[in-house]
Design a binder for this molecule. Sequence first.
Ligand code: HEC
Length: 116
Amino acid sequence: MAVLAGLGAGGALFAAGRGDARGVSFSRDVQPIFDAKCAVCHPASFEYLDLRPGRSYAELVRVASVLRPAYELVLPGRPELSFLLTHVPDPSREELLTGAEEALIGRWIAEGARDN
Ligand code: HEC
């Protein structure tokens, strides 16, 4: 049920204009997710990844993962290979991102992970 609720919220998000015909915007759509849910720990708890505004893009796109160096955190055009999305954090944080947020980040990567 939680998954279904998440998808419903996603529909509302897209209807509100996020990720519209111009595509997903890193600064307008993606960074606010990091601000709300990730920057409290990154870099404070995990210094190798800084997700604060102005730093996150350079820390993610085409940068090798520290935990799994064979993967890049964000591989433009390939959300299914981007460790940012495939990395499962510890179980207590499994639901940190809603389905809608994951879908939005996935679309941003699929559209080339632009710094827009
Ligand atoms: C409660 C603190 C905390 C929060 C909140 C948190 N993280 Fe993390 N994150 C960590 C820690 C600690 C690690 C390293 C160990 C691990 O994977 O659990 C990590 C590792 C990662 C890695 C792997 C980095 C690498 O180079 O291999 C990614 C990617 C990541 N986090 C993304 C996120 C994103 C995106 C969010 C927000 C949705 C987030 N984290 C929220 C603590 C956190």
